[in-house]
Design a protein around this ligand. Structure first.
Ligand code: MG
Length: 251
């Protein structure tokens, strides 16, 4: 799939897809508390996506059985929601969600603390979120794709955390996953030049320990190899001549 440059009209649709996804995330975020199951969060997210007149793009994507990826603690991404997976005080939960609005996709992820978490874990959440913002400081026309990767790596490496390498960010538009791929770790090549009208899902996945991950038996859930906590933060952004526009985060 080639890299696509969106027209002004397409950008309007991407903006709306992003704005609606933020509403879904806000709603799901309010549900995160001890005693709630990962399935309940999925159901809340799916209900909200449909109520907004959109379609959940993760549902049945490659066979994924739910609308929202709900990943707890050492689960990095693609956690499959379950009725018997209950959140406990001190857990962290990553919610990765996407939707389709009039044929255009948005994609965003947040990791939430369940009740109060340890200072060490909170630091991981804060650093993961901040690494996204460090990365997108470089996301502007004239720069290169891997300026984003290198900025995320430089920031995260100062903490000694592991940056997941098996999964990366991506272009997004009329498909959930378009080119280019956007690694979150240092690259030797510069990568392609960034052009206004590109829409990208930038999504650092950061492990407290090793960067290595393994896939569980369900063939979906990705966990850190050393079972230490992992955090994920993602937004869909638009490349402009100046600062990037974050389509899935406004307030
Ligand atoms: Mg994504």
């Amino acid at each position: 799939m080639a890299v696509t440059i969106k027209s002004a009209k397409e950008i309007e649709l991407m903006r709306e897809a992003g704005r609606l996804l933020e509403i879904v995330h806000d709603e799901m975020g309010r549900m995160v508390k001890p005693g709630v199951s990962t399935m309940e969060i999925n159901q809340c997210g799916e209900r909200m996506i449909r109520k907004l007149g959109c379609v959940p793009n993760f549902l049945n994507y490659g066979g994924f059985p739910a609308a929202i990826c709900v990943s707890v603690n050492e689960e990095v991404v693609h956690g499959v929601p379950r009725r018997d997976r209950i959140l406990h005080e001190g857990d962290i939960v990553s919610l990765d969600a996407g939707l389709i609005y009039k044929g255009y996709h948005s994609d965003a992820a947040r990791t939430h603390a369940v009740g109060k978490v340890s200072g060490e874990v909170q630091k991981l959440l804060d650093a993961t979120r901040q690494s996204f913002f460090e990365g997108i400081k470089k996301a502007r026309a004239g720069n290169h794709l891997h300026d984003i990767s290198n900025a995320i790596d430089a920031y995260i490496s100062s903490f000694g955390y592991g940056i997941v390498r098996d999964l990366v960010g991506h272009g997004i538009g009329t498909s959930l996953h378009e080119d280019p791929q956007i690694p979150n770790f240092r690259q030797k090549k510069k990568g392609m030049k960034l052009i206004p009208g590109m829409t990208l899902a930038v999504e650092p996945m950061i492990n407290m320990g090793t960067w290595e991950v393994v896939w569980l038996e369900d063939e979906w859930t990705v966990i850190s190899k050393d079972h230490k906590p992992s955090a994920h933060y993602e937004n869909t952004i638009l490349i402009t001549e100046g600062e990037p526009e974050i389509l899935t985060l406004h307030g």
